[in-house]
Design a protein around this ligand. Structure first.
Ligand SMILES: *[C@@H]1O[C@H](CO)[C@@H](O)[C@H](O)[C@H]1NC(C)=O
Ligand SMILES: *[C@@H]1O[C@H](CO)[C@@H](O)[C@H](O)[C@H]1NC(C)=O
Ligand SMILES: *[C@@H]1O[C@H](CO)[C@@H](O)[C@H](O)[C@H]1NC(C)=O
Ligand SMILES: *[C@@H]1O[C@H](CO)[C@@H](O)[C@H](O)[C@H]1NC(C)=O
Ligand SMILES: *[C@@H]1O[C@H](CO)[C@@H](O)[C@H](O)[C@H]1NC(C)=O
Ligand SMILES: *[C@@H]1O[C@H](CO)[C@@H](O)[C@H](O)[C@H]1NC(C)=O
Length: 245
């Protein structure tokens, strides 16, 4: 009984690792690297041992903007589109990383990290792996092409949202030695301004009683503040109880 069960499982296992393997594969961003997604690159797990039945077939990676990936059909994916055509806005996807399927082998040593970085090249050739656009959302899919077009393809990846360029990056390259002091000074000034603002608001709300100014200052301030007061505040200030205190 136990033996039959095991054989059954083996059989199911070997069926699953068949031709359908490619079509169920979902490209993944690696979790093994800090910086797996930056403002112009992302790092994928190599699809090792996925295409091993077609050693010599061409495998491309298609990189598409998330907003248009779902409208791409097999005839779009079957014709390689160069990076420049994506960069100049003519297409919203492109093909890159052409290799033969055998370049994603089954046997790899555990000591090497099997990843591919997308967007890492300065472009010199037509189908280069050029930089991506910051703050864009992408999806990728591997496609196998023969001479007539698409032969097989993986699933689309999940969406990958690139980082935004940081608007405050200039502050990091202030002249050395100064930046720390300037940051502290700016912080102190902001805090002082905030306190002043709170005092002003409190003064207006509570009629400037004992909040921030000394009692001796109140009378002088009162005259200066007159203009800013609504008629009701004005009246309450003339209230005998207030004048007593
Ligand atoms: C990137 O790597 C971190 C861990 O290093 C992981 O938590 C995160 O999910 C990864 N990003 C994606 C999109 O998988
Ligand atoms: C990516 O595309 C899908 C489907 O078109 C959409 O639902 C989703 O909001 C998009 N994600 C981003 C971050 O734009
Ligand atoms: C695929 O989509 C393109 C537009 O993106 C369209 O011109 C073409 O006719 C479509 N082909 C098929 C087979 O649906
Ligand atoms: C790789 O690691 C797995 C377990 O993580 C181990 O079973 C296997 O023997 C290792 N292979 C090599 C070539 O070291
Ligand atoms: C980044 O993208 C999001 C969503 O598309 C957008 O709301 C935001 O304004 C963008 N930020 C920048 C700095 O472009
Ligand atoms: C290319 O692949 C398609 C789909 O599998 C197949 O119909 C076609 O015959 C193949 N063409 C060649 C030249 O092998």
């Amino acid at each position: 009984m136990d033996l039959y069960l095991k054989m059954g499982l083996l059989l199911v296992g070997s069926v699953a690792v068949g031709a359908s393997d490619i079509s169920i594969y979902i490209p993944q961003v690696t979790k093994d690297i800090i910086g797996n997604i930056t403002h112009e690159t992302f790092v994928l797990v190599q699809p090792n041992c996925i295409f091993n039945q077609y050693i010599t077939t061409n495998v491309w990676l298609v990189i598409a903007l998330n907003k248009s990936f779902s409208s791409l059909n097999d005839s779009d994916l079957g014709t390689p589109v160069p990076y420049s055509s994506y960069r100049n806005g003519h297409h919203e996807y492109y093909h890159t990383l052409l290799v033969s399927a055998g370049q994603y082998p089954c046997s790899t040593t555990n000591s090497t990290l099997n990843v591919i970085q997308i967007g890492s090249e300065t472009c010199k050739e037509k189908f280069c792996n050029g930089p991506l656009s910051n703050n864009q959302t992408y999806r990728v899919r591997f496609v196998l092409l023969n001479s007539t077009g698409i032969f097989d393809k993986t699933q689309w990846s999940n969406e990958m949202i690139l980082q935004q360029d940081k608007p405050f990056q200039e502050s990091i390259i202030w002249p050395s030695g100064r930046s720390g002091g300037m940051i502290v000074l700016t912080s102190i000034l902001s805090v002082l301004l905030a306190i002043l603002l709170v005092c002003l608001i409190a003064a207006l709300v509570f009629g400037s009683r004992d909040i921030c100014w000394k009692r001796t200052m109140i009378n002088k301030q009162r005259m200066a503040n007159w203009d800013f007061m609504s008629p009701s505040t004005y009246r309450s200030r003339r209230d005998p109880m207030y004048l007593e205190s």
